[in-house]
Design a protein around this ligand. Structure first.
Ligand code: PEP
Ligand code: MG
Length: 324
């Protein structure tokens, strides 16, 4: 990293005309907390809880989980820490919980698994709620939501856990419960989901893969995998508008949030936070600090008229080069 980028650590991610766009960090292991703090992350937009499950040979106990979650929450308090419930299946198999399927990406993944196995979900949520004791900065995020009933079922279980831990002496409040928008049906249902959720976070990795029908890990079709595809951009705009119409916040936590080309578009769409790997924060901060809202709005409007990802990339590069 250049010295210039390193120095941005203590500066705000604010545009030239004064619009603040908080940059949050994605975490998975304890070391990510420090990395995020070193880069000046203003919160955690995605804690991938499954990573602690993937490196073990059995499910961690409720108390083991509580300690892991406490470390993340405590390190950032009072800033928000968004903990995603277990997101296994698809490209994240749990060695001690084998799932055999012909088509894992369209199969038993994310919240589908945990709603079928409430004992796994309940133990994890109880651990999160207990870890939040005395802090209050926890937000719970649900992966792979494809419809309203999965949200409602998850909310019912989370409220049940909350009542249980209150009865056991815990005093932490019921945390905000958010939905990952990463399945195309959730884009179309965004207005209804937004009326029933506390926040949205867009998983642009899966959303791109499902909208374009391109396996995100298959090198043979890698050329077709492009989150700057007009269809993806249109979906992102729909989601932001639905969230804001319902009065809830919306962030983005897929790789697109840390993509330099995407930053002006995401700013203009109105995302409330961008959440990314710690290493991307300085570069994105530098870009945000070089932008003007009206330029970004104009770029977005012109990009939305284009019909290929190549044209979108060219248009963004042209604007960036013009500004130097
Ligand atoms: C995503 O799908 O964009 C996302 C953030 O989740 P993951 O990459 O862990 O599936
Ligand atoms: Mg995902």
């Amino acid at each position: 990293m250049t010295a210039e980028l390193a120095e941005l650590r203590y500066e705000e991610a604010t545009t030239l005309d004064g619009k603040h766009l908080p940059l949050w960090v994605n975490t998975a292991v304890a070391a990510d907390v420090q990395r995020g703090q070193e880069q000046g992350a203003e919160g955690v937009g995605l804690y991938r809880s499954e990573v602690s499950f993937l490196v073990r040979d059995r499910f961690p106990s409720e108390e083991e989980q509580r300690q892991l979650y406490r470390n993340q929450l405590e390190a950032f308090a009072p800033a928000p820490v968004t903990m995603r419930t277990l997101d296994v299946g698809g490209d994240k198999p749990l060695p001690y919980f084998p799932i055999e399927e012909d088509n894992p990406f369209l199969g038993w993944r994310g919240v589908r698994v945990t709603l079928d196995h409430p004992e796994i979900f309940l133990s994890q949520v109880r651990a999160m709620l207990k870890a939040n004791e005395g802090l209050g900065n926890l937000r719970i995020l649900l992966p792979m939501i494809s419809g309203l009933s999965e949200l409602e079922e998850s909310q019912t279980l989370i409220r049940r856990c909350h009542e249980e831990v209150l009865n056991e002496g815990c005093t932490a409040p019921l945390p905000p419960i958010g939905v990952m928008i990463e399945v195309p049906s959730a884009v179309f249902l965004a207005p209804a989901l937004a009326r029933n959720a506390d926040f949205f976070s867009v998983g642009s990795n899966d959303l791109t893969q499902y909208l374009l029908a391109v396996d995100r890990n298959n090198p043979r079709v890698a050329d077709l995998y492009n989150p700057l595809h007009p269809a993806v951009l249109s979906a992102l705009l729909t989601v932001v508008e639905a969230a804001h119409t319902a009065g809830i916040g919306v962030s983005i936590c897929g790789e697109l949030a840390g993509d330099a080309r995407a930053a002006p578009l995401l700013l203009a769409m109105g995302f409330d936070q961008l959440s990314m790997n710690a290493a991307s924060i300085p570069r994105i901060k530098q870009i945000v600090r070089s932008l003007r809202s009206d330029d970004s709005d104009a770029l977005l409007q012109s990009v939305l008229k284009l019909d290929s990802p190549e044209a979108v990339v060219d248009r963004i590069d042209h604007m960036m080069n013009e500004r130097g």
